[in-house]
Write a protein that binds this ligand. Structure first.
Ligand code: NAP
Length: 254
């Protein structure tokens, strides 16, 4: 039994940034299971090789480069296209969190989180889109957050990056849509990963997440796969500039 042909993305080539672990690795696994050739990215080559060995099939590649550094991104994308082939799908997933009261937040941490969560999507997105627009097709999915919409104390800089990433998504849609490239966001709610480990380990916070989430639980990385497969597929050819929140309902309720 096969899925509807509108959801068929087998044979496409996908790059997922920040996919040596966590959400990125789960998304890469989902794309590989859907028949894509997948390129894993992160800064640590050994970790990438370990992650690649976990994924199914012989169509997994790795590309170690720092998504915050313009020249490394330009070289990295050129190398991926030469070695693996033209990119059909880009998932801008690399990101970080720094939790601190805003009055204590340092200049260097501000620039670090902005570079990692926002500038990276601009740099990698622009480099991939230069090629996708030329070819007249492509799908870019920016991993936003429920914090693209709402915030709580101690994470203002993170929310600022994710709010801006939502608007960058809309701007990319405006600029690149006429050339056949669809750009959308996926906004995870609270998902158990290394990034949220301190929160998962905090019993009070965990209970708050479960109470606040209509689904009554933390999200799992696997919960995000269906949304990305949809946004990467021909089923989403007329969907652009949207953010799909996959948060168990959290952004919808008070
Ligand atoms: P994670 O477990 O900390 O993984 C982050 C990944 O990004 C790693 O593979 C890391 O590899 C890579 N990375 C970080 N900086 C990089 C850089 N400069 N260049 C290349 N790769 C880099 O994070 P996660 O929880 O899976 O989160 C993934 C994305 O989802 C982030 O954008 C995050 O904001 C978003 N998100 C997460 C949640 C959640 O609940 N977890 C909720 C909403 C949104 P290296 O360190 O080896 O480079």
């Amino acid at each position: 039994m096969t899925a509807h042909p509108l959801f068929d993305i087998s044979g496409r080539t996908a790059l997922v940034t920040g996919s040596s672990r966590g959400i990125g690795l789960a998304l890469a696994r989902g794309l590989a299971e859907a028949g894509c050739t997948v390129v894993l990215n992160g800064r640590d080559e050994d970790r990438l090789a370990e992650a690649a060995a976990e994924l199914p099939g012989g169509t997994v590649h790795t590309a170690a480069f720092d998504v915050t550094d313009g020249p490394s991104v330009a070289d990295g994308i050129a190398d991926v296209e030469e070695r693996v082939g033209p990119l059909d799908i880009l998932v801008n997933n690399a990101g970080m969190q720094l939790r601190a009261p805003l009055l204590e937040f340092t200049d260097s941490d501000w620039h670090r989180i902005l570079d990692t969560n926002l500038t990276s999507a601009f740099l990698v997105g622009r480099e991939a889109a230069r090629r996708m627009t030329e070819r007249g097709h492509g799908k870019i999915i920016n991993i936003c957050s429920l914090q693209s919409e709402v915030v709580r104390p101690g994470i203002a800089p993170y929310a600022a990056t994710k709010g801006a990433l939502k608007m960058l998504t809309k701007g990319m849609c405006a600029d690149w849509g006429p050339s056949g490239v669809q750009v959308n966001g996926l906004g995870p709610g609270y998902i158990e990963t290394e990034l949220t480990q301190p929160l998962v380990e905090d019993e009070e916070f965990g209970a708050w997440v479960r109470r606040r989430t209509p689904a009554g639980r933390w999200g799992r990385t696997r919960d995000l796969v269906g949304g990305v497969l949809f946004l990467a597929s021909p089923a989403a050819d007329f969907v652009s500039g949207q953010v799909l929140y996959v948060d168990g309902g959290m952004t919808s309720v008070l």
